[in-house]
Design a protein around this ligand. Structure first.
Ligand SMILES: *Cc1c(COP(=O)(O)O)cnc(C)c1O
Length: 395
């Protein structure tokens, strides 16, 4: 077999990519749990600092375990470079901050992960960066907002929790015509399942806390883009402000990548089965799943995403009361606002993840009181169907 990872299939890349064995020739990846590095002589130290990045000098700058994770992610995403971060939010912040300065503008889709809305809508304006939120599914709104100029575009597709799909090729085209860099939060779609860079995006970010870990153990994030953007723009910010990923977390995440395609395939198949099973249930007004024929953008979802993803959103006829009853009645699925775990997790967005928003903001994002978001895990599909069936039957 070729030793060139660019000739391998994704499953092979995720197991062998970026592997760099120590002189002990260990099978599994080593954890380089070290903050510093030593030198043979004063001259050697001088050379290491002159080499600028060719040697490890301090783990806020770079660490071998983190390097392996970055290389594996870079290969699977098909990006020129990858910078790992301590969390998904530090990835979002550090992806956007090098793109803007006072007087610049960010245009973003409205249906974002809550903390992304805070960065763009609350933090950036304090430093003179303006913003405009648009309905991500409405190309006319993108066009109008971008006609007023922008340096960065930020979006998430499918969105949280309404699973709306944004037309990546079209929005990227509009953004590039306006001279903006497009940053896509690809967490809900997962790596490999949707390739924003191939669809026109410039930068992809991940919360590795979700499917990349996949077992709900540790925080992490990643920024992927061109060599020039990662090395010249992002890396100096990371190095000097310090949201560096812990080597231990990098190791957990790189082991998570080994099973990512298997997990996402199974979880997506189970999510699709649950969506089909409950689509016409009389206690539900809507079942949202990107690859379900009744999804308003199913064609676009199929064009952009290989699988429909691991997330499923249910809307109950009986509003908040029914949603709470369903949550409290589940015995296999667990109540949690996290996602991308091997455990099936369900949450009521209006009172948890999106509680901070005003009623009007929630309406604008399409989040209703009867909505439940389900992150489908790796449990047996029939056990999950029975669990939801039983909890729904008492409504
Ligand atoms: C979780 C999440 C984030 C933030 O990631 P953290 O690892 O929690 O910091 C950003 N975007 C999306 C879509 C997420 O689900």
């Amino acid at each position: 077999m070729s030793k060139d990872p660019s000739e391998w299939h994704p499953e092979t890349v995720l197991i062998q990519g970026g592997l760099s064995r120590s002189h002990h020739m260990e099978t599994a990846e080593a954890i380089y749990m070290t903050s510093g590095y030593v030198y043979d002589s004063a001259e050697d130290a001088e050379h290491a600092f002159k080499a600028d990045g060719a040697r490890y000098v301090y783990s806020r700058y770079a660490n071998p375990t983190v390097t392996t994770l970055q290389e594996r992610l870079r290969l699977i995403e098909g990006a020129e470079a990858c910078v790992a971060t301590a969390s998904g939010m530090s990835a979002v912040y550090n992806a956007l901050i090098p793109l803007v300065k006072a007087g610049d503008r960010i245009v973003a889709s409205r249906a974002l992960f809550g903390s992304c809305t805070y960065i763009i809508g609350e933090i950036m304006p304090r430093f003179g960066v303006e913003f405009e939120f648009v309905d991500g599914t409405d190309l006319e709104q993108w066009e109008a907002a971008l006609s007023r100029g922008a340096q960065a575009v930020f979006l998430e597709t499918p969105s949280n929790p309404t699973l709306e799909i944004i037309d990546l090729p079209k929005v990227c085209e509009l953004a590039h015509a306006a001279g903006a860099t497009v940053v896509v939060d690809n967490v809900f779609a997962t790596p490999g399942n949707q390739k924003p860079l191939e669809l026109g995006a410039d930068v992809v970010i991940y919360s590795a806390t979700k499917h990349i870990d996949g077992q709900g153990r540790c925080m992490g994030g990643a920024i992927l883009g061109t060599q020039e953007y990662c090395k010249e723009k992002v890396t100096p910010f990371i190095r000097h402000t310090g949201p560096s990923l812990s080597p231990f977390n990098a190791w957990v995440l790189q082991k998570g990548l080994e099973t990512l395609p298997l997990r996402v395939e199974r979880q997506s198949a189970t999510a699709f089965a649950l969506a089909r099973k409950f689509e016409d249930h009389k206690a539900l007004s809507r079942v949202l799943y990107p690859h379900l024929d009744s999804h308003p953008q199913v064609e676009l979802a199929k064009a952009q995403m290989k699988l429909g993803g691991t997330m499923l959103t249910l809307e109950l006829n009986g509003g908040k009361e029914a949603a709470f009853k369903l949550l409290n009645g589940l015995k296999v699925a667990t109540i949690s606002n996290n996602l991308g775990d091997s455990k099936t997790l369900a949450t009521h967005p209006a009172t948890t993840t999106h509680q901070r928003l005003t009623d009007d903001e929630r309406v604008a994002m399409g989040i209703t009181d009867g909505m439940l978001r389900v992150s489908v895990g790796l449990e047996n599909v029939d056990d999950l169907i029975n669990d939801f069936e039983r909890a729904l039957s008492v409504l």
